[in-house]
Design a protein around this ligand. Sequence first.
Ligand code: LMR
Length: 328
Amino acid sequence: SASLLAIALSAGAAKADPNGCDSGETVIKFSHVVADSGHPKGDAARLLAKNINEQMEGKACMEVYPNSTLYDDDKVMEAMLLGDVQLAAPSLSKFEAYTKKLRLYDLPFLFSSIEAANAYMASDDAKALLAAVEPEGYKGLGYITSGLKQFSANKPLLMPEDAAGLKFRVQTSDVAVAMIEALKASAQKLAFKEVYGALQTGVVDGQENSWCNIYTQKFFEVQDGITNTNHQILAYGMITSQEFLDSLDDETREQFLTIVDDTLKQANQQVADQEANCRQQIADAGSTIRELSPEQRKAWVDVMKPVWQQFEGDIGADVIATAAGYDK
Ligand code: LMR
């Protein structure tokens, strides 16, 4: 009867889950490799899911798969073109197979603060740079900042010579390899989920990452200490596939893109505080954090910054100059 149908429909509506996917909604899966919470990307992903699930109820819903539970960063790019995942935010260091323009972000000492990186990444120039992924079928939706990277090893690092002869885990980035080799150290590319084990078993001696990755992955537990080198920015390219965007009707697509844009702006403003908090937690856990004197810092800059020249042709001297201009 009509009244039974009405009861059934309202019961269905009451059961609708604002935090998950109901039948009939377009499912947006976001796969990433970091901690679910207490991390700039994990927190940004959850905030985005909340906003999409609240504001697009009945039309679309988002599910977050953190911690490499669905895909690692190599696999996620393939899975996206197959339509198995709709959102990902790999580190900008991991786009080399798709474009060499984004090597910009790996240049050591390009940005000395999260604020400078955020300012550049909010610019039209940076947005245009992200379009370099489009010929491969991806669409760059914006940047998520994560923090500045710090070196750690199984011995104290104060001068670049302290790193000589050690083996460091790096992301799949030739700029990172060149930077490590400039230290007369060796680089090993490893997936993020393998880093803790590699440090623990001595497959590598050291690593470089943000405070929140070092904290949430517990790298500090298997290292001598962390040196506050701030030598590189860690940031992500939020991507989807063009095919997924084309599958949405105009109104849904506009709403989705607006929510993504607003959420990323909000998330990026919190990164500096989140990173300070992760650093504090590492200190509270009893790990040694070493500060560099101005002379020591200069020594690291002098050894690593020359790698810019090797990659200038891939990136473009004008692009480098514009980005570096934000580091005031
Ligand atoms: C790494 O592999 O170290 C990072 O890209 C992990 C991440 O996503 O922050």
